[in-house]
Design a protein around this ligand. Structure first.
Ligand code: ZN
Ligand code: ZN
Length: 383
């Protein structure tokens, strides 16, 4: 097994770099999907199909009764300009794999190869190469695909590489793995006036200032606390660059996150009420819309046990997280529907953070990811 794995990993490093060089944004992963399918046709015996337009499914069915397991890898890149200068740097200007989904895809291809070399004796395994994770709609589009809706799973699993933690450690967090996240777009409509006579119009500037003060007061950016609630302003726009005009319209974009869904919805609705009151105070029209909704991943205890058992069999070190991750991950939709869990894979203490322009997925952790997923299947099938 060891020798086979070493050979497979060399190939996986190559395909990982190829995907890295040819990144595609969320919902546009068509060539990435093509590469994945070509690889699967050459090195795997699973049944390959398309899901959610630019996603790929590969199914391994033993034909014997048993558990049905889904393993998921995400495959999309980000609108970030890569500043690395290595041979496999991104060939697409302004787009790059800064979340390591190239590595997640390579790991899943490795699992497909192992499942082809060491066939299942019972049950069924489906590997999902999921599009559009970064914009929070990939999981939903897979779950809404009629072809996928026919499938039922006893367990679902996904991993994410985690920079800042030693390479090859298996990172476990019981219960909530990562935050509920959604983004809010606030459009404020006032009335322009001469800059010398702002009192004859309605300038939304002070309303924006009040909203920002409210955000500062409401935010608790301490992930150790249960009432963690973080609001981050991501974009503000007000008026035009014209010095004779008092602004007549403004826009504020925020991202909000917290652990508990009940608390999250209450705080979001309080913010909406505050905006309404503020706009009344300044006689402004307003429009609120929500986008990019991610639900927290709720890790199932039985699924966590299988992750622990697999790490133990593989002799991988476990890193217990004391608090959940602050980012959103659309795998939360899968763990709402099926029993499952997400775990982390240490990507190195000195590896740049996710979404940093100099980040690159470390190839040294591919083998650990492949073995960990493969062993989770074995542990479940021991029962
Ligand atoms: Zn990301
Ligand atoms: Zn990611």
């Amino acid at each position: 097994m060891k020798e086979t794995l070493a050979k497979i990993v060399l190939r996986l490093e190559e395909i990982r770099k190829e995907i890295h060089q040819n990144p595609e944004l969320s919902q546009h992963e068509f060539n990435t999907a093509k590469r994945i399918k070509t690889y699967l046709k050459t090195y795997s015996v699973g049944t390959v199909s398309t899901v959610a337009n630019s996603g790929v499914l590969v199914t391994f069915d033993s034909g014997a009764a048993g558990q049905s397991i889904l393993l998921r890898a995400d495959i999309d890149a980000l609108p970030i300009k890569e500043i690395n200068d290595f041979k496999h740097k991104s060939k697409t200007s302004g787009v790059s794999h800064k979340c390591g989904h190239d590595g997640h895809a390579a790991i899943m291809l490795g699992v497909a190869e192992l499942l082809s070399k060491y066939p299942l004796k019972k049950g069924k395994v489906v590997l999902l190469f999921q599009p559009a994770e970064e914009i929070g709609i990939g999981a939903e589009s897979v779950l809404n695909d009629p072809h996928f809706q026919k499938l039922q799973f006893d367990f679902v699993f996904a991993l994410h590489n985690i920079p800042g933690i030693e390479k090859n450690k298996i990172i476990i967090k019981e219960n909530i793995f990562n935050a509920n996240v959604k983004s809010m777009i606030i459009k404020l409509q006032g009335k322009t006036a001469h800059a010398a006579e702002p009192e004859k119009g309605q300038n939304p500037a002070m309303a924006i200032a009040d909203i920002l003060h409210y955000i500062e007061k409401e935010t608790n950016n301490n992930p150790q606390q249960e009432d963690f609630f973080l609001i981050t302003p991501v974009h503000i726009n007000l008026g035009e660059i014209a010095y004779g005009i008092s602004a007549g319209a403004g826009e504020l974009h925020l991202t909000l996150r917290s652990w508990d869904l009940g608390l999250f919805e209450k705080k979001c609705s309080n913010l909406e009420k505050f905006i309404k009151r503020t706009c009344e105070k300044y006689t402004l029209g307003f429009q609120i819309s929500w986008t990019q909704v991610f639900y927290a991943n709720k890790n199932n205890p039985a699924a966590i046990d299988f992750i622990r058992l697999a790490a133990k069999t593989n002799k991988f070190e476990i890193h217990e997280m004391s608090h959940s991750f602050k980012w959103g991950e659309d795998f939360g939709l899968f763990t709402q529907k099926f029993k499952g869990a997400m775990f982390g894979l240490g990507a190195g203490e000195n590896t740049p953070a996710l979404h940093n322009p100099d980040y690159d997925f470390p190839d040294e952790i591919i083998s650990t990811g492949v073995q960990q997923f493969f062993q989770i299947i074995q542990e479940i099938n021991k029962n």
